[in-house]
Each structure stands twice: as structure tokens, then as C-alpha cells.
Design a protein around this ligand. Structure first.
Ligand SMILES: CCOCCOc1ccc(-c2cn(C[C@@H]3NC[C@@H](O)[C@H]3O)nn2)cc1
Length: 447
């Protein structure tokens, strides 16, 4: 057995997102989001699930904060629902929605838990989608207005800010693959949206600096590791593209002020180019204070001309998988963290999401989720290895505090440290909750 120790000043947290846990979708003046529309469209979400009620955290947030308090976490990553603040995306403020988030943040602080706020975690106001959504540069301006309002409202209370969560999911998964809201299938649209998301991020950072808001700001891309099947150049190049759409495409503009040529060329060969205007790249590359990294899985990849847009085939070589079918690949976590560190400098990193889907149920009042504990051990070990290699990792957020609405997979796929009975909304602490509580307290574990 080996003892794995995390630094004393390492921040321990848990993460959620508004649409996945709040419910109260039409309460107290909240406007509709694209996920209300998408989840209410037959065939889009497993079992026809939607976020109308979810974990009912809008009403039960004090109970959830008590769970965090007992867990002993230092920090809680949550998102603000844009349509709960601006029901049509811009214009009149919904005072009840704003009041909810003030009460929520005050309760966190009163319980000694630092708030980390994600401004955009996929729930675009439907009214903005009706004018083209992120494909329309007007929506970039609306995001800056929304962000500026929130910065001013919570200045001094919230000191860690994330602009955009997982821009790959918002652009390519949602507008090329069509798997998430709004469910389009158009590469040019996806590339245009990816550019506008980065522009929105940069403009929000600029506003944050100009307003003199207290604290730190970053964004939270999701990344995967794809190990080349062989040293053949075609396999290496295929995996470079497969990772490039997550890493270089969303990191180079922010940290180097330009898109990576190998991805620009590939998209252009497929008929898509980002619509870059004068000053955009300078705005996008506003210096940030940290980068949030969301990591779940990796795979082995090889060149295959028939394997979709990037011609990289992810092959199953027998890795164990979680209940959502994703490979368990902690080695890839170590590799991707070191790749980012080597390519973009020793930028402070928060692991803003990492966790495992295991759908264990409550039996005699207990949830024995050993698989999740093992996954967390392996991935926290990769974090320790990365820190010892020189990666500046400041903290870790387990995804997620609660079982919740896992987007197109609905409620069947459970990532929580706390089990939710979605009929009664009863919360049950899983074995992994007690394990994580011990790690947060001791800052070491055996593997
Ligand atoms: C192109 C292949 O298409 C198949 C499906 O492709 C994906 C890829 C990735 C995901 C995915 C889901 N999550 C977890 C969430 N992160 C944010 C938070 O809200 C969690 O709920 N991360 N990535 C889903 C589907």
C-alpha cells in the first residue's frame, strides 16, 4: 500500500450546476432555458427526464449546505441560472431569482464554505436562443451584461469566478454532434459558437478587471486523453486532432492569442472557419488567474478515415468502465495535466470536475459505492503525481455532491457522493461521502 498525501493548502470541494439540481423551473419568475426546451422535446433525454424538479435544491439548499458542512469541504462550485436572473436573457432583473442566490451565497459563507461561481453552465435563456443563441454576437454582449451585473452584485462575497463551463460541450457536442441542447448538426455553426464562447469569456474577464472586482477568474474546459494505438504518424496525428478539439482549440486562443494551425486547417478542409473580427484574439487572450480542468476519461485512438470528423477511432482495449460506459483511465489524467502544464506554462489549475458514474442504490439505508471510492483514489493519485512533477494544482472539486440531472442521460446516471431518491427527494450519504469526508479532514489516503 502507498500513502498519498495532498498539500495542506490544497482546497477540497464539491461541484454542481443550476439546471442539474435546482428544479423550480417555472417558479419565482425564472425564464425558460434551452435545456427546458430540449428536455421537454421527446426523444432528447433518456426516459424523457427533465429538470423541472431535479433535486429541488432551489427549496432544499439549506439541507444541501448542511451536507457540505458535514463533509468538511473548503469550497463549493455552483452555477447561477442566467434565466433566473434575466428571464429573457437581458433587460429587467428578476428580483426573486437574485434574492435566492444572495440567500444561498450568504448561507454558504455563514457555514464557512467559500463560493466558487460558474456564470454559464449551459442554461442559455431560450429568448436568446430564439435570436440565434451563441451563433449571434449579440448574445456575447448579453453575456457580458449578465456577467457584469453578477460581478457587481456579489463583489466581495464571491471571490472565485468561472466564465464558461466546458466550451467543447456547448459548441461541438451541442451544435455538431447534436447530443445536448439545442441539438444542431452543423460544423460551421459549432466552430462559430466556439469562437463566440471564447470571445464572451475574454470580454467577461475584461469587464471583471475594469470593474476592479475582488478575487480570481478563469474558465473550465473539459479535456480527455487519447493515447496513440501505435507510433505510426497517422495514429499520432489522429490522436493529436482528437485531443486538439478539447485542448489546443480552447487553450491556444486564451494562452497564445491564436487558434492552432493544425485544427484551423482541419476545420477548413471540412468547410468551417471561425468568424474572427479585428481585436477578437486580443480580447480572448486576456490574462486569467487560473484554469479549471474537467476530466473524466480517456481512451486509445488510431487513425481511421471513416471515423467521423477528426478521423480518429477510439478503440476498446479492455479498460474497466464506469456505469456510463466511460473508460477508467487515471494515467491519462496524469498525462493530460502534464501536457497542459508543458504547453501553457505553470498556470494555477483547479480540478473543477472529476468523478465517476456508479448507479448503486440504497439497500438497508446504505449505498455501497466502492467503485466510486476506487475511482477517486486513482484520480487523486494522478493529481499527487502531477503536483510532484510541478503542475500547479490548487484544488479539487468532486463531481458531484448530489446525484442529479446528467443532461441527455437524465437521472439514471448517478455521479453523486449523496444519493437522491428522485421520487421522494430524500438524500442518502453514500460510502464515498464518508470516504471523501475522511480525506478532506486527513488530506491523505492509502492506495
Ligand atoms: C462525440 C460523442 O458523443 C457522445 C457523448 O459525448 C459526451 C461527451 C462528454 C460528455 C460529458 C458529460 N460530462 C459531465 C458533465 N460535465 C459538466 C457537468 O454538468 C457534468 O454533468 N462531461 N462531459 C457527455 C457526452
Amino acid at each position: 500500500m502507498a500513502i498519498i498525501q495532498l498539500p495542506k493548502d490544497f482546497q477540497w470541494g464539491v461541484a454542481t450546476a443550476a439546471y442539474q439540481i435546482e428544479g423550480a423551473y417555472n417558479e419565482d419568475g425564472r425564464g425558460l432555458s434551452i435545456w427546458d426546451t430540449f428536455s421537454h422535446t421527446p426523444g432528447k433525454v433518456r426516459n424523457g427526464d427533465n429538470g423541472d424538479i431535479a433535486c429541488d435544491s432551489y427549496h432544499r439548499y439549506k439541507e444541501d449546505i448542511k451536507l457540505m458542512k458535514e463533509l468538511g469541504v473548503d469550497i463549493y462550485r455552483f452555477s447561477i441560472s442566467w434565466p433566473r436572473i434575466f428571464p429573457t436573457g437581458r433587460g429587467p432583473v428578476n428580483s426573486k431569482g437574485l434574492e435566492f442566490y444572495h440567500h444561498f451565497v450568504d448561507e454558504l459563507i455563514a457555514n464557512g464554505i467559500e463560493p466558487m461561481c460558474t456564470l454559464y453552465h449551459w442554461d442559455l435563456p431560450q429568448s436568446l436562443q430564439d435570436i440565434g443563441g451563441w451563433a449571434n454576437r449579440e448574445v456575447v454582449e448579453a453575456f457580458v451584461e449578465y456577467s457584469t451585473f453578477i460581478f457587481k452584485e456579489f463583489n466581495g462575497k464571491i471571490k472565485k469566478w468561472i466564465t464558461i463551463n466546458e466550451p467543447w460541450c456547448i459548441s461541438f457536442l451541442s451544435n455538431y454532434e447534436g447530443k445536448h441542447a439545442p441539438g444542431n448538426h452543423n460544423l460551421q455553426l459549432a466552430v462559430t459558437i466556439s469562437h463566440h464562447l471564447l470571445l464572451a469569456h475574454g470580454k467577461a474577464v475584461k469587464a471583471f478587471r475594469n470593474l476592479g472586482i475582488e478575487g480570481e477568474i478563469g474558465y473550465a474546459p473539459n479535456v480527455e486523453w487519447i493515447e496513440p494505438f501505435s507510433s505510426k504518424q497517422e495514429d499520432q496525428d489522429a490522436c493529436h486532432r482528437g485531443m486538439g478539439i478539447f485542448i489546443e482549440w480552447f487553450f491556444d486562443p486564451v494562452f497564445k492569442g491564436k487558434y492552432p494551425d493544425f485544427m484551423l486547417d482541419w476545420f477548413e478542409q471540412n468547410g468551417a472557419v471561425p468568424e474572427i473580427q479585428e481585436g477578437d484574439m486580443q480580447m480572448i487572450s486576456q490574462p486569467i488567474d487560473f484554469v479549471g480542468i474537467n476530466f473524466y476519461t480517456g481512451s486509445v485512438g488510431r487513425y481511421n478515415k471513416e471515423a467521423g470528423l477528426l478521423e480518429v477511432e477510439k478503440i476498446n482495449i479492455g479498460y474497466q468502465t464506469t456505469d456510463i460506459g466511460w473508460n477508467i483511465y487515471p494515467e491519462g489524467f496524469y498525462k493530460v495535466l502534464n501536457k497542459i502544464n508543458n504547453q501553457y506554462g505553470n498556470i494555477p489549475i483547479y480540478i473543477t470536475e472529476n468523478g465517476a458514474c456508479y448507479n448503486d442504490e440504497v439497500i438497508n439505508g446504505r449505498v455501497k459505492d466502492e467503485g466510486r471510492i476506487e475511482y477517486l483514489k486513482q484520480h487523486l493519485t494522478s493529481i499527487r503525481r502531477s503536483i510532484e512533477t510541478g503542475v500547479n494544482i490548487k484544488g479539487y472539486f468532486a463531481w458531484s455532491l448530489l446525484d442529479n440531472f446528467e443532461w441527455a442521460e437524465g437521472y439514471d446516471m448517478r455521479f453523486g457522493l449523496v444519493h437522491i431518491n428522485f421520487h421522494t427527494l430524500e438524500r442518502t450519504k453514500k460510502d464515498s461521502y464518508y470516504w471523501y469526508k475522511k480525506i478532506v479532514r486527513n488530506r491523505w489516503f492509502e492506495i
